[in-house]
Design a protein around this ligand. Structure first.
Ligand SMILES: [Zn+2]
Length: 112
């Protein structure tokens, strides 16, 4: 997991203003691939749990998400090419509704 407050993907420098670690829930997160592709997702469970789930689905090949396809086709199914970071917390008052994080990354491999 990225520890810094600033990181760069999709041609934009992202700044994380909130404290997010792997046990944080209700998080918008990004998985960044070594090739520069990235996947932005959100989870109401802990970030660690969600990332573990991504890794499992990549390993087993179950699921048809573009993330899984990308890692399996481009990187031989090696989930270690991914690094993840929390981007922002989903505010309590919009939990359960559609939520669009800001800034919207451009050129995202998958954007929910
Ligand atoms: Zn890649």
């Amino acid at each position: 997991m990225f520890q810094g407050r600033h990181f760069f993907f999709g041609g934009i420098e992202h700044c994380v203003h909130q404290f997010i670690n792997c046990r944080t829930t209700f998080v918008v997160y990004v998985l960044i691939c070594v090739c520069g592709s990235f996947y932005v997702g959100k989870t109401k469970r802990s970030l660690m749990e969600r990332v573990r789930e991504h890794r499992n689905s990549i390993r087993t090949g179950k699921g048809r998400t573009r993330l899984i396809k990308h890692i399996r086709c481009q990187h031989g199914g090696d989930a270690n090419v991914l690094r993840f970071a929390g981007l922002e917390l989903i505010p309590p008052f919009i939990r359960g509704r559609r939520y669009t994080p800001s800034p919207a990354p451009k050129g995202s491999l998958v954007y929910y």
